[in-house]
Design a protein around this ligand. Structure first.
Ligand code: PDD
Length: 288
């Protein structure tokens, strides 16, 4: 049984309780993070916490924990879950808190609900073509909201798109806007590779500023051996790409081998992914 954190207390996950009047439950009124720890070593801890602090400010949830207090809390939670021996993801959730009635307006004098728990994540991928996991995706128009840069706990739009992929036997669903431009996947950022250049959509309100994305871009630029561009990517470019990848804290960088049943390139893991993955793997624990 894993140990969770709820409003200042560490307790068995199965014993954690919140009120049904919590605004996270009623409205999805909260911000969350998922942070990977491999045998106690976190990836992107400070940027993850900073993104959460920024998200809380964006929706005016007053949570007075500092970056340092968050770091201590999460490190304690990892230690209580024998994190030095396991690969764990930490789910961190801050909702606006529990009101006395259901009312859309932000309540005053309500303390946020802070809930964190850990879960097992898989080993990082080996840099070996034969063993790496590959993914297939479907595509659909992005029907989520227009504030996708906020990591809101209100994920029904994402969940419905993910389910579209899942129900058609795929591992993800790539999304495009009304101009036929790639945004991201339902729970991942997206990339194409063309003629040796990595290209990923620019940050705006249509996509989440992924921490894995940031580490990938920074480490590729620092390494200098592969060109990387942040720009608009059309779906025509996606369908004609040499390689297509997705990234997230739990999947790291993962190669897509099929889109809507059609092979990407030759349908195998591409050489640029292999190289980029090695660069990312070498940099991920030191990025801050
Ligand atoms: N998903 N885009 C969306 C819509 C996401 O939900 C996520 C993360 C990402 C990648 O962000 P990062 O690299 O910071 O994990 C992009 C998380 C893992 C989830 O909801 O479980």
């Amino acid at each position: 049984m894993s140990t969770a954190y709820l409003n200042g207390e560490y307790l068995p996950l199965a014993e954690a309780r919140i009120s049904p009047l919590d605004r996270g439950f009623l409205f999805g009124d909260g911000i969350y993070e998922v942070i990977p720890y491999y045998c106690g070593q976190s990836v992107g801890l400070i940027p993850h916490i900073q993104r959460m602090i920024d998200g809380l400010a964006a929706i005016e949830i007053k949570c007075d924990k500092s970056l340092q207090e968050w770091t201590i809390l999460l490190d304690d939670l990892i230690a209580k879950n024998q994190g030095s021996k396991h690969n764990l993801g930490v789910y961190v959730h801050v909702s606006r808190g529990t009101d006395t009635i259901r009312n859309h307006a932000y309540p005053v004098d309500v303390s946020p609900t802070i809930f964190c728990f850990t879960f097992e994540i898989k080993e990082p991928e080996p840099v070996d073509r034969s063993n790496a996991a590959t993914y297939t995706v479907t595509t659909t128009q992005d029907l989520r909201w227009k504030r996708c840069h906020i990591k809101s706990t209100a994920l029904l739009g994402n969940v419905m798109h993910y389910q579209q992929g899942h129900a058609s036997g795929n591992s993800e669903c790539l999304l495009y806007n009304t101009d036929n431009e790639l945004t991201e996947g339902s729970s991942v950022n997206a990339y194409i590779v063309k003629d040796g250049v990595i290209i990923t959509p620019v940050l705006d309100n249509q996509i989440l500023p992924g921490i894995t994305r940031r580490i990938i871009i920074d480490s590729i630029i620092a390494d200098g051996s592969i060109k990387i561009e942040e720009r608009t990517v059309t779906m025509d470019e996606v369908h004609n790409a040499d390689e297509v990848w997705i990234s997230s804290s739990s999947k790291e960088i993962a190669p897509i081998v099929q889109i809507d049943g059609v092979n990407v390139g030759d349908g195998k893991i591409g050489p640029v992914w292999e190289k980029a993955f090695a660069i990312y793997t070498a940099a991920k624990f030191t990025h801050s």
